[in-house]
Design a protein around this ligand. Structure first.
Ligand code: TYC
Length: 103
């Protein structure tokens, strides 16, 4: 009987782990060359921000040097970083995005 209870507890623990995947923050970094308009477009197109959110977030990055633009499972976070890199490279801007694990 006691063993059965322990088995049930273990199953509950496993279930809890599956319910909570690790999440990853994607941050944009400030630089001196990328235009503000370009960053606003990136925030709207890649991070699905509306115009007001995008302007606020761009100004936060400009003033504080970086800001979290979204939180995703790892594969999506990685895709966002690649999309930012590709878009920046095409327009010859040095804009960079990085991933940080959420605590
Ligand atoms: N600092 C840039 C400028 O003054 C604007 C900028 C904002 C660049 C955010 C990158 O992630 C960035 N043109």
């Amino acid at each position: 009987m006691a063993d059965k209870k322990r088995d049930l507890d273990l199953e509950t623990d496993v279930q809890t782990d599956l319910d909570k995947p690790k999440m990853y923050k994607v941050l944009l970094l400030n630089d001196d060359y990328t235009t503000m308009d370009f960053v606003i477009d990136v925030l709207m197109d890649i991070f699905a921000k509306d115009e007001v959110e995008a302007i606020d977030l761009m100004l936060k990055i400009h003033e504080k040097n970086s800001a979290v633009c979204g939180v995703y499972v790892y594969d999506i976070a990685e895709t966002k970083v690649i999309q930012v890199e590709n878009r920046a490279r095409k327009s010859e801007f040095p804009l960079r995005a990085i991933i940080e694990e959420e605590e």
